[in-house]
Design a protein around this ligand. Structure first.
Ligand SMILES: CC(C)(COP(=O)(O)OP(=O)(O)OC[C@H]1O[C@@H](n2cnc3c(N)ncnc32)[C@H](O)[C@@H]1OP(=O)(O)O)[C@@H](O)C(=O)NCCC(=O)NCCS
Length: 173
């Protein structure tokens, strides 16, 4: 269990250096961020995501979870304002802090902040079907599996299945 409380704030430029060594190979990077990223993770990739957080109706929200002042978690929500839908993505717990039960409280706070805006009714996500720790966390928050996109991601020479999960405003645990 965590020894200090987890605090959530907006992810910003100052958090970037702490995150750059979280993904040690292409597979780990894709598991976190999807097949569109290039390995290794570099500041410029995170800065391009941050650039999408600044509009009045931004395309993206980014969150940092902090324990004892250290970066413990990262998550993003891509925002579809027209349909009132967010896509939770790029969720990670600092590899040095995994297995301590931080994912659920971190994502509970992210989910509550997302639904605090009455513009949004649905939060969805994509997760590779082998990712047990992530799936257990999402299910515990009330996300329901809605389908599987078989063989949908190509990572090196292998292909991964992607499950789609969704959570409606009135389904949060
Ligand atoms: C997915 C992730 C955020 C979960 O955080 P974590 O600190 O490892 O997990 P927690 O300690 O909070 O545990 C969450 C749940 O997963 C289970 N779990 C933890 N590690 C596990 C493992 N290696 N295998 C299977 N289950 C595991 C826990 O028992 C817990 O389930 P429970 O509450 O039913 O007991 C983290 O592993 C991570 O950053 N992974 C790499 C990036 C990634 O895959 N992101 C998700 C993209 S969709």
């Amino acid at each position: 269990m965590p020894t200090a409380p987890l605090l959530v704030e907006a992810f910003s430029q100052k958090h970037i250096p702490e995150m750059l060594d979280w993904f040690s190979n292409l597979e780990a990077l894709v598991q976190w961020g999807g097949p569109g990223l290039s390995f290794p993770l570099e500041a410029a990739q995170l800065e391009a995501m941050l650039a999408e957080t600044t509009a009045v109706e931004p395309a993206r929200s980014m969150f940092a979870g902090l324990v004892d002042g250290k970066l413990a978690g990262h998550a993003q929500v891509a925002l579809d304002w027209q349909n009132g839908v967010g896509r939770l993505s790029r969720v990670a717990i600092n590899p040095r802090m995994r297995g301590r039960g931080l994912a659920r409280p971190f994502l509970r706070e992210v989910t509550e902040r997302f639904f605090a805006d009455p513009a949004f009714e649905r939060l969805e996500l994509n997760v590779y079907t082998f990712n047990e720790a992530a799936i257990r966390t999402y299910r515990s928050l009330g996300f329901r599996e809605e389908g599987v996109r078989r063989s949908s991601a190509k990572v090196g020479d292998v292909r991964w299945d992607t499950a789609i999960y969704g959570l409606l405003r009135n389904e949060c645990n």
